[in-house]
Ligand binder design. Structure first.
Ligand code: ZN
Ligand code: ZN
Length: 228
């Protein structure tokens, strides 16, 4: 690891940034820069990524964020061709972890080591304990979004008062349009290995035999959705 960018207001903003950096040709913000489409003939992978980053830091929404570019390997340190917005910082050296942060990390490490590995939700950063049941991804195959079903439902709902089942929305990582019914349908067909076979009767309320408490609040209402 040569350099990191930090200072994002939340996990989602950081993940969106990371996704766009890795997929400049797909990102809606970067599509408008044809020069980012591919690596130049004599350009190294590092140079190419640095060029993308330089462009990203100058366009919305990122150019408004109080970001810090931190060089971890000073041998690689170099100037940006396009000057960064004045409120951004460029620094060198490792990130300092305070004593209290270190203590917190040790605590969580020891509690994590008891249970088996589980993926981490991109939205709440907690582990997804039963991924085969409660994990949802994105409809876009190139997007690595992984999150709790409930976290994604809450995210897609935003702050619509009185609603608790989303209809559609935009992926927090890649901006793809997500239809909640399609997400769940895909989960049932593809990843729902633990559930009994559900074919033509999948829209019936009775089709939810033994879901976990956290899934239960979501599943029955899908039927309302598909009837609508
Ligand atoms: Zn979550
Ligand atoms: Zn996505």
């Amino acid at each position: 690891m040569v350099m990191i960018v930090h200072g994002f207001p939340n996990n989602i903003a950081a993940l969106q940034f990371e996704w766009a950096w890795q997929q400049p040709t797909l990102s809606t913000r970067l599509k408008i820069f044809p020069e980012l489409k591919r690596k130049l003939a004599k350009e190294s992978h590092f140079d190419y990524n640095f060029r993308i980053l330089n462009r990203m830091l100058g366009v919305g929404p990122w150019h408004r964020l109080p970001l810090t570019v931190r060089w971890l390997e000073t041998d690689y340190e170099r100037d940006f061709d396009i000057p960064l917005p004045l409120h951004m910082q460029i620094v060198s050296g490792k990130v300092a972890i305070t004593a209290s942060q270190r203590h917190l990390r040790l605590e969580s490490d020891s509690s994590n080591s008891i249970s088996v590995w589980a993926p981490e939700c991109h939205l709440c950063m907690e582990r997804i304990e039963q991924p085969e049941r409660s994990r949802l991804g994105c409809l876009n195959a190139t997007c690595k979004l992984t999150c709790h079903m409930l976290c994604l439902a809450n995210y897609l709902l935003g702050d619509q008062p009185g609603q608790y089942i989303p209809i559609r929305g935009v992926c927090p990582l890649c901006d793809a349009q997500l239809c909640w019914a399609s997400l769940l349908q895909r989960k049932r067909l593809g990843m729902g290995v633990q559930e009994p076979q559900d074919n033509d009767d999948c829209d019936e309320l009775s089709d939810v035999p033994d879901v976990d408490s956290d899934v239960e609040t979501v599943e029955p209402d899908i039927c309302e959705l598909s009837d609508a």
